[in-house]
Design a protein around this ligand. Structure first.
Ligand code: HEM
Length: 209
């Protein structure tokens, strides 16, 4: 798609395309569950619970980083139509994080609250993951225009939690990884570039005033 064509895409068309693209991993999960039901271990690899958990976790972190990248990309490519897509990206990220957490709660600790507490206390990567979810939850709950109006400046403050949530999610991954850090490095670099762009843009804006 050329840059010009991208600029002519309406917000509604963009949101429709995005909703379809963001639902594809869900379709993959549904297909995996169906394949698993047909023949064990054919859906998500030799350890289906782990395969599903990892797939949902990776999807969540990638969409989270996409949501964090939206403002810089919108500015740099002069694509104002991208603005309203941020809420959708954020909500999809939250949905995949929730599914990731539900998979862990259901298949790993079998809905045991005491095992969850034990993991939160004893496993730093679970602590970091839970803290990331705790930051995302109020953002998802207050994502509507009505909440934005009601909270006014506090809405912005609440949603700045993204600057903590993304590093916590990356830390979660870094802590649990036993083999290689290539993925962690790529996500951390992605986050850093988007952070630098924001810093640079604020500096330019301050210089212009
Ligand atoms: C923003 C929140 C979160 C994000 C973005 C996230 C993302 C991820 C990612 C990317 C992975 C590794 C996937 C791979 O290796 O391919 C992972 C693994 C995992 N996550 Fe999360 N996660 C989050 C929160 C949580 C929470 C709240 C829990 C549980 C309380 C949790 C439990 C796990 C577990 C048990 C694993 C697998 C550990 C292992 O393989 O030994 N995550 N997560």
């Amino acid at each position: 798609m050329s840059h010009n064509l991208l600029q002519r895409v309406s917000t509604r068309q963009l949101k429709a395309c995005l909703a379809i693209a963001l639902s594809l991993p869900l379709l993959w999960v549904a297909l995996g569950i169906w394949r698993e039901a047909q023949q064990p271990t054919s859906g998500f690899g030799p350890d289906p619970a782990e395969g599903l958990l990892h797939f949902l976790g990776s999807t969540a972190i990638i969409i989270l980083l996409c949501a964090f990248s939206l403002s810089p990309v919108k500015r740099r490519l002069a694509l104002p139509a991208l603005g309203p897509a941020r809420r959708m990206l954020g909500l999809f990220a939250f949905a995949y994080v929730t599914l990731h957490f539900v998979t862990y709660g259901w298949l790993y600790i079998e809905a045991s609250f005491s095992l969850l507490l034990e993991d939160v206390v004893e496993r730093p990567y679970i602590t970091a993951g839970m803290m990331a979810v705790a930051g995302l939850l109020p953002m998802a709950m207050t994502s509507t225009a009505a909440w934005r109006r009601r909270l006014r400046r506090n809405w912005q403050r609440l949603h700045s939690a993204i600057y903590v949530v993304v590093p916590l999610a990356i830390l979660h991954l870094a802590w649990l990884r036993k083999d290689g850090f290539a993925e962690v490095f790529v996500y951390a670099l992605w986050f850093l570039i988007m952070l630098l762009e924001r810093w640079w843009w604020r500096r330019q804006k301050a210089g212009a005033n």
